[in-house]
Design a binder for this molecule. Sequence first.
Ligand code: 13P
Length: 336
Amino acid sequence: MPLVPMRQMLDEAARGGYGVGAFNVNNMEQIQAIMEAATATKSPVIVQASRGARKYSNDRFLYHLMLAAAELYPDIPMALHQDHGNSFETCKSAIELGFTSVMIDGSLEADGKTPSSFEYNVEVTRRTVEYAHERGVSVEGEIGTLGGIEDGHGAGGTGLEHLTDPDQAVEFVEKTGVDALAVAIGTSHGAYKFSVKPTEDVLKISLIEEVNRRLPNTHLVMHGSSSVPQELREIINQYGGKLKPAWGVPVEEIQRGIAHGVRKVNVDTDNRLAITGAIRKVFVESPEKFDPRDYLKPARAAMQEVVEKRMKAFGQAGHAGDYAAKSLEEMTAYYK
Ligand code: 13P
């Protein structure tokens, strides 16, 4: 199937009452793991690349791998999304390359670190929306600021410093016309989100409920949604890794979010953990091996297993055949 505009995918998810996992990729094996998981569970899917991933892979490689995926998996709707675009220019270059969706993270200044003013966020997001919608491309914005740092992007901190203000969220959506809105509810990127099982005092699902009440037609996005399963951390540590204990976002909390308007769920860390654990296991158990396929194959399988579980939990499983891809031209006409 040709690449699908993310807006169409999220509209369908809203109709069906489910969420769509947005999984980060840097290389071929990760794309293959996602596509195999999507095929096994019959899921539509969002594949996303951060600025760091685009740089690491040289984004033309990444884009052509996605075209190969579209050719090889004609029954799977997939959107190609720029994760955390730090500036208008980053989003513009993704659109020129062929991404069907971009995130402009105007919650931070263009340095990707400094929390920005509301006015700056509105201005850079509005400009990106105008440029993207003229080309049929979907836009995700962010209001409030997530915690942690991912691929060098992020304000750091616990995620509680700059929570989303529901009044600002309403004004932001009105002024920018974004297709999807990332909300800061206490989550952060990475493997160390919470020191104990999170409750409402640190993971504010009630904030999602409030924003959803005020903006029932806006697709909400949960970032930092890895669950950091203990068993994945244990595999890494069993084979020589040194990860400290921590909690992620429990799947049932994500499901509460999905029940209240969350349509896109970002997951990266869980897949990184699965890949690293599988590779470490081969290195320790079979130190004589040196063919990269000996460890990349189990790594790919381990990631596929995680992605399949999330696809089932988020409710997107079984929905791949619900619709045919709209073209970007059709989306341009829709926005007009
Ligand atoms: P995790 O680090 O929780 O996987 O979050 C990924 C993410 O939000 C990408 O934008």
